[in-house]
Design a protein around this ligand. Sequence first.
Ligand code: NAD
Length: 261
Amino acid sequence: MPRTARSLPDRFRLDGRRALVTGAAGGIGEAVARTFLGAGASLALVDRDGTRLRRLVRSLSGTTPAPITVRADVTRSADVRRAVRAAVEGLGGLDVLVNAAGVTAKGSIATTDPATWRALLDINLTGTFLVCHESVPYLRRSVGAAIVTISSVYSLIGGRDRAAYSASKGGLDALTRSMAADLASDGVRVNSVNPGFIRSPMTEPSLRDPKAMRFFRSATLLPRLGEPQDVADAVLYLASPASGFVTGVSLALDGGRALGR
Ligand code: NAD
């Protein structure tokens, strides 16, 4: 049946869907939260930064239902269990999980110290594992559930001076495919979005560094840099019925950077 102009946007809506977003106080997490609210979802927002989380929720005041917020560190099992339970109890279940909590660090294989390596793997990879592990029993009970993880273009192309970050994100892509296979029979779809350079608090130091900006502008083939909304729009697609036959993919969202020059 041909799609009409009216029915297409409906397939991108999240009315009645209950979503948990980690890293919600960050640049990309906030854009996802605002986009999901606009699409009709009810939200549980999780971050380890309680101050920024409170600031975000104040700026969202007036949205109904008001988002639930949980200050939690995704590397701590007890925190994650508490956050997922609060989301499920407060929202009445769980249909969508977005993993946006993450950190970055520079360093090649020669210059990355083991403590940095462990910290990045712990937050980016193990933290995402823990949140998925606690959420999956609830997502299995939903019809049409979806997990979307924010990975990185570094998992696809590697890249100089990002050994631990690239490895942590490569692990996330592999985990995405593995979970997609495990959960397909339950109807739970699992995908990742792999951004290139996106303006956010994480990339603020680069934004102030002309040499870094020359590099990112020349490595990005489209004539602009990425914005958090670019990522949020892709996450909305992967969380909504519009992507109902898509699972196990890692979607490059990088202005063509992975193509090389
Ligand atoms: P950001 O620094 O603005 O946000 C990250 C958020 O994660 C912060 O609010 C932080 O408090 C939270 N966080 C970090 N560790 C946590 C922990 N242990 N427990 C709970 N929360 C924790 O960065 P962003 O640009 O919004 O990045 C979001 C995700 O997107 C990250 O996974 C990042 O690796 C990924 N990403 C970002 C870019 C980019 O260019 N900005 C590119 C590719 C991928």
